[in-house]
Design a protein around this ligand. Structure first.
Ligand SMILES: NC(=O)c1ccc[n+]([C@@H]2O[C@H](COP(=O)([O-])OP(=O)(O)OC[C@H]3O[C@@H](n4cnc5c(N)ncnc54)[C@H](OP(=O)(O)O)[C@@H]3O)[C@@H](O)[C@H]2O)c1
Length: 256
């Protein structure tokens, strides 16, 4: 954890799963736009690496499947005397397990449920009263194109992401009277460590990407920055009249 300096910034964002992929790219863009950034994730070294070029930030190791860790991290953020108020919460952390339906054990289903759905619920539940009190808050849930339309061998993951879309609508309805917005981003196929192909040697990876590219209407696999820009777009104040939106950021794959 990096010690908190007296901040000159006026607003903060919390990003879960900020050590890699979409979360790290989102941390970078919010930092560039003048936010103090809280980077949460499970692995300290990944968080440090993502924070390397940010101006004002704090990293926090927090496993979202552990209620005590979630409570403790949220308390530390809310009670931090020198940090600017949190205005945006990005529920980005998630895991993906591929399996045929009949091989999906309870463990496979529940691991993804606790990480992808209950983790976001827990941290949001901590911050909802805080946002209510401030009469200002913006929640961005990172779902998936699979949450709108499942694919083969993704039943448990797709179900968690579909739940997240529906939950975003509940949050938007309940939050509106307190000026709390909730929106959902549904990424398509993005080149991040969540996919095994991300780690292949360059030549092999290129072959896989070539095949994947051919399935994408816009002709390429997404990069983390493609998603981060949309998370910023709906999360920040420029979208102050947008709530309950479900934005596909997927190169058009949802239409095929
Ligand atoms: N890449 C895609 O094609 C794609 C498509 C649609 C949706 N998404 C969604 O986008 C989000 C970001 O994924 P990504 O593609 O950027 O993959 P990623 O690089 O693997 O990022 C996921 C991050 O979540 C963190 N995380 C996982 N479980 C956690 C937990 N219990 N507590 C705290 N942090 C946890 C991971 O930290 P550790 O590494 O330290 O475990 C990791 O930094 C996920 O919700 C994913 O489902 C991705």
């Amino acid at each position: 954890m990096v010690p908190l300096m007296n901040s000159t910034f006026e607003k903060s964002v919390i990003i879960t799963g900020a050590g890699t992929g979409i979360g790290a790219a989102t941390a970078k863009i919010f930092s560039e736009k003048g936010y103090f950034v809280y980077l949460l994730g499970r692995t300290s070294s990944k968080l440090d690496s993502a924070a390397k070029n940010l101006s004002q930030y704090q990293t926090m190791v927090c496993d979202l499947t552990d209620p005590e860790q979630v409570k403790d991290s949220c308390q530390r953020i809310m009670n931090s005397p020198s940090a600017p108020p949190v205005q945006v919460l990005v529920n980005n952390a998630g895991i993906f397990r591929r399996h045929s339906f009949d091989e999906g054990s309870d463990e496979v289903w529940m691991t993804q449920w606790w990480s992808n759905m209950m983790g976001p619920v827990r941290i949001t539940r901590e911050f909802f009263p805080y946002f209510k009190k401030n009469r200002k808050g913006s929640i961005v849930n990172v779902s998936s194109t699979l949450g709108l339309r499942p694919s083969f061998e993704t039943s448990a993951y797709s179900a968690t992401k579909a739940a997240m879309v529906n939950w975003t609508h509940s949050l938007a309805l309940e939050g509106a009277q307190f000026n709390i917005r909730a929106n959902c981003i549904c990424p398509g196929l993005v080149d991040t460590p969540i996919h095994d192909f991300h780690f292949l040697p360059a030549a092999e990876k290129e072959k896989v990407l070539q095949n994947l590219k051919n399935m994408q209407p816009l002709g390429r696999v997404g990069q983390p920055e493609d998603i981060a820009r949309s998370i910023y777009f709906v999360g920040a104040e420029g979208s102050s009249w947008t709530t309950g939106a479900v934005l596909s950021v997927d190169g058009g794959i949802n239409l095929t």
